[in-house]
Design a protein around this ligand. Structure first.
Ligand code: ATP
Ligand code: MG
Length: 463
């Protein structure tokens, strides 16, 4: 019992493994395909090694290599200091506040090179909740390994010798598909609460199970995320939502008890029954785009996630007598104000969101020149994709989406025919929206009733 306690204090795992000694695996054991290692990563480790330093591929890239997946980026760990690294490469920049790192560039390719961190974090500056604010203590490799978050993220690969160094049983955990935090979970989450979001993201992305002691403190410690700078939480949320496994991540967040009262966005997304179908469809389409290697716009994604909140407020403003277009702008302002404050939504993303929302009423006007003008909107495609989601979720009649698809694909005179057909069926100005369609008195310079003739560009273009 005492022995077990001492081991725990020393950080020695109960299996008796000494965390200062690495298990070294050769190519026959780790079976990494060297063709998956980027040539630039090899260039960086080789240059550092030739200058007399130790250098390894580290972290997520090793994890992915062991899983037989081509890593999307390569991080390098070395015992050279940031200054020493910088001197060895033509295009290298020291960046970072909490952690200094060096960005080494080869054309468009960027590699992050970090110096082994020592375990001097006991003395590192922390906030009143124990969150480490800055940490640039360097140390030996085994200390660097112990400072990493999960066992599967704490292995080192040397492309020159093709060996993997594993200090914390990462190989076994990869094989068992387990996410296990290194050290005492509570202490590690306190130092950096973002680790709670990371574990959820990795579990969903890799299809791994969160080991029970790693998981247990999360619901209790979740509120610590409130103290993390909003921009960092936002970055992590973006990674989560653009991981190609957003739906799975959100389910996992909910089951880990991480969604409530934590991220205003997730509260909205996960606790609104009416918007669920819409959000699910939006995330499914995002996931499949990411998996197909297609680009995803964060603006579109967040516009989808928050649409039902906008819709609710839009209806409320209209019911209070506001004309449709100004009402929509007021609703967008309300939603964006809250989210910008809490989530550090970048201005560019917020502008995209507003553009997409502001276009929506214009899709319901199918008279005169209005649809032609809308086609010329610089973000028409995003607005149209958004319209299709609204139709698919049942918010609007499918006919509107089908009509726009035909109109979009049509050429020359066919468009006029489509317009005429819609007008003769009386669908031209139909709003599929369930809300009241009471016409409020017009206000301001804009025209009411859905935005025909409103000066383009609308929405974000006006900012
Ligand atoms: P991804 O596939 O998302 O890039 P990753 O594991 O490479 O996954 P990064 O954010 O790129 O994640 O971090 C690189 C490595 O740095 C991690 O594998 C881990 O070893 C370490 N690391 C990153 N963030 C933390 C953290 N918050 N606490 C401890 N170690 C971390
Ligand atoms: Mg990475």
């Amino acid at each position: 019992m005492i022995k077990k306690f001492i081991r725990k204090i020393l950080g020695v795992k109960d299996d008796g493994r000494d965390p200062t000694q690495a298990v070294i695996l050769g190519p026959d054991e780790h079976k990494i395909d060297p063709r998956l290692v980027s040539s630039n990563a090899i260039k960086v480790t080789q240059t550092l090694q030739e200058a007399g330093f130790e250098a390894f591929v580290v972290g997520g890239a090793v994890r992915d290599l062991l899983l037989g997946v081509k890593p999307k980026d390569f991080d390098i760990a070395t015992n050279a200091t940031p200054e020493q690294v910088k001197r060895l490469f033509r295009r290298a920049f020291i960046i970072g506040r909490r952690f200094q790192i060096v960005h080494v560039m080869f054309g468009q390719d960027l590699l992050e090179v970090t110096t082994f961190r020592g375990n001097g974090s006991d003395n590192a500056p922390k906030d009143e909740h124990g969150r480490v604010l800055r940490d640039n203590n360097f140390g030996p490799q085994h200390e660097d390994a112990a400072r990493r978050d999960f066992t599967i993220n704490a292995m080192y690969y040397d492309p020159a010798t093709q060996t993997v160094l594993d200090y914390h049983g990462g190989i076994e955990d990869i094989r068992a598909k387990l996410l296990r935090i290194i050290g005492m979970p509570e202490a590690r989450y306190r130092e950096d609460p973002v680790r709670m979001l990371r574990v959820v993201r990795f579990a969903a992305k890799l299809g791994f199970t969160i080991e029970p002691t790693t998981r247990a403190p999360i619901p209790v410690m979740a509120p610590l995320i409130d103290n993390v700078p909003a921009a960092r939480v936002f970055d992590e949320m973006l990674k989560l939502l653009l991981s190609g496994h957003a739906l799975a991540c959100l389910k996992e967040l909910r089951s880990a008890g991480l969604h409530h009262g934590l991220l205003p966005l997730l509260d909205v997304v996960l606790e609104q029954p009416i918007g669920m179908k819409f959000v699910t469809l939006a995330l499914e389409s995002t996931d499949s785009r990411v998996k197909a290697g297609k680009g995803v716009s964060p603006g579109f994604l967040f516009a989808s996630l928050l649409w039902h909140q906008v819709l609710e407020k839009w209806n409320a403003y209209r019911a209070a007598g506001e004309a449709p277009i100004p009402a929509l702008h007021l609703a967008a302002d309300d939603v964006l104000d809250t989210q910008t404050e809490n989530l550090a939504l970048q201005r560019r993303i917020a502008t995209d969101m507003r553009d997409i929302w502001a276009m929506q009423p214009r899709f319901e006007r199918r008279t005169g020149k209005a649809p032609f003008k809308l086609l010329e909107h610089p973000r028409f495609r995003a607005g149209y994709d958004f319209l299709l989601l609204r139709c698919e979720s049942g918010e609007l009649p499918g006919e509107i989406g089908e009509w726009w698809t035909a109109f979009y694909d049509a050429e020359g005179g066919e468009r006029e025919q489509l317009l005429a057909a819609a007008n003769s069926r009386g669908e031209a100005g139909r709003s599929g929206e369930p809300a009241k369609r009471k016409r409020a008195p017009r206000r301001g310079p804009r025209k009411g009733g859905g935005g025909e003739g409103a000066p383009a560009p609308q929405g974000g273009g006006e900012e």
